[in-house]
Design a binder for this molecule. Structure first.
Ligand code: ADP
Length: 509
């Protein structure tokens, strides 16, 4: 195993904690548990209560309908409909002297009907209880008491002949309970009636064991399915991430040939693409930095060699201590200073520690100040720098930074301009809102495919340019950083062989 692979593995192995796989399995299982708990509460724990509630509501609704329709001629038909709809037995009796008398509606649908087999005596008894409790009396009866069923009170209400009949009922009926409800009614003429309802009540707990077992199987199945899907998802998510982590660790060890595979879900594919872009950018910067180090070492070495060579010569050889030689040493020292300053400036501005100190100042004046720095150079080397402006323009910005922008752009224009040694600066007010500074040169221009790259750190179009003042490749990246800090728009237009125009715009004060 190579050292880099070893480092990659150690790096990946450092982090502890629950991974995506574990999280998903836990999450899915917890979700399944919650669903099962809800199902268990409603389907098992509270089912009896729900069933009871529904049945008693039905009972109330039937009795209310009968009471409402007691005067109707179609009461018999209404009772048939109710009996069929709710699967209940109905019997309505007239009442005379507190005793049930004549049956005016009689619907029997259930073989476990109590009211149709009860003696009149029992019916009277029910009726009396209904009167006593307001108007309605309801009783739940177990027809076949099983061991342990608390039925002492109810069973005595069941008519004995009915118990006899029950022997012939099927299993479902045997398990049944019934609810008998009686309501004392009066019609419009004040006649009294007793409405009896017999409702079959299947005790839900009779199939409790079956339901519990079924629930157990369902729970097991649901949890197995949840874990299976959790694993499936986790493989789809975790595997690409694990691969990417491994590649990222390789990249961190300086291997920029790694490729992040776009696989799995949309987000992981997106992440892989972003990382591929990042690795491309990092490797580009890395190459540029390598080039820069080579360039800088070269750029530093040349003046240093000249400075030390000339100094020694001036010290050792009589007559060589001339103003020309001293000037050469001064020039070379300036070159070094520019290079070092650029590097310092770039790291200062790109670190984000320096925020602009905004104040109002005259931009036109700043241009003039920048040009003044070149007065000597222009005179000595035969350059022409023109400045054409419409009116004085005040802006709110960091003057020191804007001066640096102007200086860097003018410096480039002077360095790259053509044989005519001409540079032109214009200042235009746009819509009374913005001021645009453009710096034109008549040099070779910049190939269109390089126009975006030139703003990058350390980028040089011509790697072997041989101008008098060698640049660091940082000038334009400093300019772009400073203008971005001012939210200014800026750009470059260039045509090869004709020259370039670097411009920027700032709002006027
Ligand atoms: P440098 O210090 O090398 O000039 P800059 O960041 O200022 O670095 O510029 C980056 C590159 O952009 C330069 O190396 C040069 O190739 C190109 N460039 C900048 N300004 C001009 C210009 N006015 N004309 C032509 N090329 C230019």
């Amino acid at each position: 195993m190579s050292a880099s692979e070893k480092a990659t593995r150690t790096f990946s192995a450092k982090i502890k904690g629950i991974g995506i796989r574990g999280q998903l399995v836990l999450g899915f299982t917890a979700f399944a548990f919650v669903i099962l708990l809800i199902v268990w509460i409603f389907q098992i724990l509270l089912l009896d209560k729900f069933y009871e509630f529904t049945k008693y509501s039905e009972l109330r609704s039937i009795l209310d309908t009968i009471e409402y329709s007691i005067d109707s001629e179609d009461i018999d038909e209404i009772c048939s409909d109710l009996a069929a709809q709710y699967d209940v037995c109905i019997a309505i009796y007239t009442v005379a002297d507190g005793c049930v008398n004549e049956c005016i509606a009689d619907k029997e649908v259930s073989p476990t009907c109590v009211i149709h087999y009860a003696e009149k005596e029992s019916l009277n008894d029910y009726y009396a209880k209904a009167l006593k409790s307001g108007s309605t009396y309801t009783q739940r009866l177990n027809l076949n008491p099983e061991p342990g069923f608390d039925n002492d009170e109810h069973s005595k209400e069941v008519p004995p002949h009915h118990r006899e009949e029950n022997r012939h009922k099927n299993r479902e009926d045997l398990l049944s309970e019934v609810v008998v409800s009686v309501k004392a009614l009066n019609d419009a003429n004040g006649n009294e009636y007793a409405a009896f309802i017999n409702l079959r009540f299947t005790p839900v707990n009779a199939i409790q064991q079956t339901r519990n077992m079924q629930f157990g199987y369902i729970a097991l199945g649901v949890i197995i399915v949840a874990v299976f899907f959790a694993l499936l998802f986790s493989i789809r998510i975790a595997r690409p991430i694990e691969r990417m982590t491994y590649s990222a660790a390789k990249m961190a060890n300086g291997d920029y040939s790694v490729e992040f595979k776009a696989e799995g879900m949309r987000e992981t594919k997106h992440l892989a693409r972003t990382l591929n872009f990042a690795v491309e950018q990092i490797s580009k910067t890395d190459n540029l930095q390598r080039e820069l180090i080579a360039n800088i070492s070269h750029d530093l070495r040349t003046p240093l060699t000249l400075i030390s060579g000339y100094s020694e010569m001036m010290r050792d050889i009589p007559g060589e201590n001339t103003p020309e030689n001293s000037q050469l040493i001064i020039d070379e020292t300036k070159r070094l200073t520019t290079l070092v300053n650029d590097m310092l400036d770039y790291s200062k501005y790109s670190s984000g520690c320096n925020s602009p100190a905004f104040e109002e100042f005259n931009l036109t004046e700043s241009v003039r100040k920048t040009m003044a720095r070149y007065n000597e150079f222009v005179k000595v080397n035969g350059y022409t720098i023109d400045f054409d402006y419409d009116r004085e323009a005040g802006i709110v910005a960091d003057e020191r930074m804007i001066l640096q922008v102007l200086y860097n752009l003018l410096n480039n224009a002077v360095n790259y301009t053509g044989e005519d040694k001409r540079v032109r600066i214009t200042q235009r007010i746009i819509d009374d809102a913005k001021v645009r500074i453009s710096i034109y040169d008549s040099g070779e221009g910049i190939p269109s495919e390089k126009l975006t790259d030139i703003w990058d750190r350390y980028y040089k179009v011509d790697k072997s340019h041989k101008r008098a003042l060698t640049g660091s490749g940082l000038g334009l990246s400093i300019v772009s950083r400073l203008l971005q800090m001012h939210s200014a728009s800026y750009g470059v237009e260039s045509s090869e062989g004709k020259g370039s125009c670097f411009w920027f715009e700032l709002p006027i004060a």
